[in-house]
Design a protein around this ligand. Structure first.
Ligand SMILES: [Zn+2]
Ligand SMILES: [Zn+2]
Length: 399
């Protein structure tokens, strides 16, 4: 390897080590003060304050979200975006480990200043609120927040170390049925049963489920099933998620699921109201060139990271990072902070997000991300390879 690149990588490693106690302090403070999506005021303030102290120019309140921000160091191209999440889960605190996502990001960004100073280009930290309950990045992607980035990186805590994991496309569907209330015993003939329409919808979906691709998912809940057992329910409501590995199949499925609701409405006489939810999670298109750089840099600091998780059997959720990956070359590696068998969104995982293993993982990941920025800013050829792969992937996906 080029001697200068190697020296610069050693510098950024030292820099993360020098910042490590501050980063741990930040991670634990955010962990001890969990805030729900779009309410992450403390985390946002602490992170932006830290970045300001370290010479970043901060702009808050991005895309009409008070807890979204941008912090810039350097000028011009290439522009490397490091994404930060800091929202917690109701009742469970930081059970998804987002307190570590943001500290990995700010730690890597501060360390990568050395690369910007030496090679040019810029590093931008983008604070993206409400991953769990809203999909902040979907809104931001729609407003073009990620379009001028040459690469975007976010590392997510998990129970394994893998650079590329699948995330599938997901559309939320909210439906309501409107019927007619009547006494359920004295005058049922006068009623139109909105709950029956919802139950038939579930049965229709269950029949459909046998004949969809094994990688697709349909699941939902009833959020209103009536008020009293002696009244024919005049209103019912449900919330459903439809997921598929690609957008075209997702569109096809949404239409089929919609037919399940329409036919249930016809059968019962209840009127269907369906508002297509504006938020749609895209599938994750990981940039393999970026992923390989991350794996090699982790290896250089003594941490073994698998390049890719096998896609079969599909064991995947959805993330708003998918929407970022359609706007620029992106990766979302996962980082082991807890033993296998522990589930994300559990009290055990929340404990892991404040553990020594969690803190070690955070520093390792911050180093590997900063070293990856060294690779990108120091070599036009490497940067070009990342851009070209993104262009090719996009062409393939739009075919
Ligand atoms: Zn989560
Ligand atoms: Zn998460």
């Amino acid at each position: 390897m080029d001697n200068n690149i190697e020296k610069l990588k050693q510098t950024v490693i030292r820099q993360v080590n020098a910042e490590s106690s501050r980063l741990k302090e930040l991670a634990l403070m955010i962990h001890a003060n969990p805030e729900h999506g779009l309410q992450e005021y403390k985390a946002c303030e602490w992170l932006t304050q830290y970045l300001t102290e370290r010479g970043f120019t901060v702009e808050g309140g991005l895309c009409d979200m008070p807890t979204a921000f941008r912090a810039v160091y350097g000028k011009g191209k290439p522009v490397i975006g490091l994404l930060a999440e800091y929202d917690a889960l109701p009742g469970l605190g930081h059970a998804c480990g987002h307190n570590l996502i943001c500290t990995i990001t700010v730690g890597a960004a501060v360390a990568a200043k050395a690369a910007v100073d030496q090679c040019g280009g810029s590093v931008i930290v983008i604070g993206t609120p409400a991953e769990e309950n809203y999909g902040g990045k979907i809104v931001m992607a729609r407003k073009g927040t990620f379009s001028d980035l040459d690469a975007a990186i976010l590392v997510h805590p998990d129970v394994v170390d893998v650079a590329v994991v699948p995330a599938i496309a997901c559309q939320q569907m909210n439906v309501e049925f409107f019927g007619k209330a009547a006494h359920a015993s004295a005058n049922p003939a006068a009623g139109i049963n909105a709950l029956d329409a919802m139950i038939l919808s579930f049965n229709n979906i269950n029949a459909l489920r046998q004949h969809i691709r094994s990688t697709a998912r349909i699941h939902g809940i009833i959020t209103d099933g009536g008020q009293a057992a002696n009244i024919v329910p005049d209103h019912s409501a449900g919330e459903f998620y439809v997921r598929a590995t690609d957008d075209a199949y997702l569109d096809e499925l949404i239409q089929k699921v919609l037919n399940c609701f329409i036919s249930a409405g016809l059968a019962t006489g209840a009127r269907l109201e369906y508002k297509p939810d504006v938020l749609r999670y895209a599938s994750m298109s990981s940039n393999m060139t970026l992923a390989r750089l991350y794996v090699d840099n982790m290896k250089a600091i003594g941490r073994v990271v698998k390049l890719e998780e096998s896609k079969i059997p599909l064991n995947a959720g959805s993330t708003d990072m998918g929407n970022v990956s359609k706007a620029t070359a992106a990766i979302q590696p996962v980082l082991a902070i807890a033993p296998k068998g522990i589930s994300l969104h559990s009290p055990e995982f929340a404990a892991a997000a404040a553990s020594e293993t969690g803190m070690t993982g955070m520093c390792d990941a911050a180093k590997a991300v900063a070293m990856t920025i060294v690779d990108l800013l120091s070599s036009t050829e490497t940067m070009q390879k990342v851009r070209e792969e993104f262009r090719q992937t996009k062409l393939q996906e739009n075919k």
